[in-house]
Write a protein that binds this ligand. Sequence first.
Ligand code: SF4
Length: 373
Amino acid sequence: MKRLNTVRIKDVTMPDFSITADGQGLTQGLIMCYLKCRREFMLRLNEWGKESKKITFANGSITHDSLDMIYTHYKSTGKPPSLLSIKAFINGYDTANPSWLGAGHKEEIPKIKAVAYVVVTEYMRYYRKDFETMEIIGAENVFDVIWKGYRLRGKKDLRFRIAGKKWLIETKTMARIDESEIEDKISFDFQSQFYTHAEEVEYKETVCGVIYNVVRNPGHKVGKDETLKAFTGRLRKAVRKDPAHFFKRWSIPYTDADKKEFKKELLYKLDEIKMLLQGKIHVYRNEKNCVTRFQCSFLRACASGKLVGYTKTNKLFCELEPVCLDDKIKTLKHPVKITWKTDNPLFKLTGGKHGKSCEIKYRIAGRKPKEKS
Ligand code: SF4
């Protein structure tokens, strides 16, 4: 029988954690979490999190990761992946990412995968010029830089050049897009400026700004007597009829003055977090941020005072670490052939044998993989 976790929030203390050069460092997500609520920050540093992930995040992550895969493939081969590769990636997503969706949502998986396939393939159609002319210099690049004695970490979606000038692309999947709100917000978006800054620290080259690439998660539902095939056909028709409703881009150039202001404030934030970790300032609840557009995932815990329904398994920085290939392979249903390739992480599996990236082919229903690498 599953034992109920009855850890009390008041018994959780700040872990041994440092953000300076010799410590674990911080990502933009952790800094934003600190700014939102110090209690949430402390819980996250202790690796607490919800047992089952929300379905809205599941939709976004499969689409986002599929787009990452497409650009990574384009960067390494000079052409977009075939539709068969995209389908295989999406079909294998849950096996390759066991923590993607909680057990309670298993019946939703075929629909989520079908929606992701339509959105991703229609995205490629709409932005086909990306795969003809874009000079990509990096996709899915993990960074780890030291600035003013602090360790800054993260992963940039896409780095590219236009007319020799360097830009970044950040992709967001959203269910609701409020254009005027986004336009105002992105002019000083923390994540975009954090990545721009980290890029300049690492490469000592000016970054012009960020393309904010927004993909709408369709809210379409499968009809009562509708088959999945009919549903995907209907969805594809809707996306193709009005692609600009689903795919939007804003370009945000940053001036020297913007960058200067960001750096000044980033330092204030990092100094403050350091003081918190040293016990010089206190952890407290920020009640204003418990329920905003999204509900804080710790709301139940804060209301009850107990971490029932939460687990201490939400490893920090796991999205930045190379995945152990052998572990991943064990989770795949039908891995039959592994082709070792340098710089072609079709399935985003790095590390493992020789420290190289690789391509995994699936044998689906006993058939040989059709695609040749
Ligand atoms: S529920 Fe409110 S107080 Fe609790 S961690 Fe979240 S934001 Fe902080």
